[in-house]
Design a protein around this ligand. Structure first.
Ligand code: ADP
Ligand code: MG
Length: 252
């Protein structure tokens, strides 16, 4: 399973259930974001932050800082947090291995979209008993590229043939009038972007979940600050927003 952990959920107890998941035999990869931490560092350095359709416009200077923040403090801090839980973990970036290969996204500078996943490093870490913790960067024609962490997690899930993608964030799923939408077929995700129900950081999440679902992965957007959310989802409880090809089949 691939677990994506967002900036807000990083501070909560999102991963406290991880030892139980590992004990149950699940092979886990964690992908993290770090947008809040990057924006904070850019502010300190007096570098302006710009977003376009939920994605960060990344010039060379921003890219350099992004690599330092994502593959540095955020990645290492998360690995230390896992160590505190008794979980053996090793932090890598998508450019290690290399694991994530990207193509540049037009007009956004050094932003990449994953076009290929090379699982060798992740499988090697698993074989050694480590949980890989992946910073959202990928290798492209000019070197390292910034990859939206939701889409990096989805691409990894499809590339690894994962059964599950859990996108942990700070809300209970795609909310409509305060309640999470329980299930979505992949084709319905874009409808909620077009209608404006999903905005900001929820847009790349829905698109990533749709991509994962089309690739045969069961994707779920969950509140990472709720203890036991992943275990509840695996047990078949209705938590968060489930995005799956199976949903379309049920409705037909
Ligand atoms: P993360 O750090 O986990 O990637 P983001 O801030 O990027 O989190 O994305 C989650 C945010 O998306 C929520 O906190 C909320 O502000 C925003 N959002 C926009 N539309 C919706 C919606 N319909 N339902 C839930 N969250 C939404
Ligand atoms: Mg986000």
């Amino acid at each position: 399973m691939v677990i994506k952990i967002g900036g807000a959920a990083l501070a909560g107890g999102a991963l406290e259930g991880l030892p139980d998941l590992l004990a149950a035999g699940h092979r886990v990869v964690i992908v993290h974001g770090g947008g809040l931490q990057l924006t904070r560092m850019l502010d300190v350095l007096d570098i302006p932050t710009r977003f376009h359709a939920g994605l960060r416009v990344t010039d060379e200077e921003t890219m350099e800082v992004a690599e330092n923040v994502f593959a540095g403090g955020v990645n290492k801090g998360l690995v230390r947090g896992l160590d505190d839980l008794g979980v053996l973990a090793a932090g890598i970036s998508g450019t290690d291995g290399p694991t994530l290969f990207v193509e540049p996204v037009p007009d956004l500078g050094r932003v990449g979209k994953v076009v290929r996943v090379e699982p060798h490093l992740i499988e090697t870490l698993w074989a050694g008993g480590f949980v890989p913790v992946v910073a959202p960067l990928g290798l492209g024609p000019e070197g390292a590229y910034n990859v939206n962490a939701d889409s990096a997690a989805a691409a990894l899930a499809v590339g690894l043939g994962a059964g599950y993608l859990f996108v942990l964030t700070d809300v209970d799923g795609l909310l409509e009038e305060g309640e999470p939408v329980e299930t979505l077929a992949p084709d319905e995700c874009e409808t909620h972007v077009d209608s404006g129900l999903a905005a900001g950081g929820m847009v790349p999440k829905l698109r990533a979940a749709a991509e994962a679902a089309r690739g045969g992965v069961e994707a779920r957007i969950l509140n990472g600050n709720r203890k036991g959310a992943i275990a509840a989802a695996i047990a078949g409880e209705r938590v968060g927003t489930l995005i799956s090809e199976g949903v379309a089949a049920c409705k037909q």
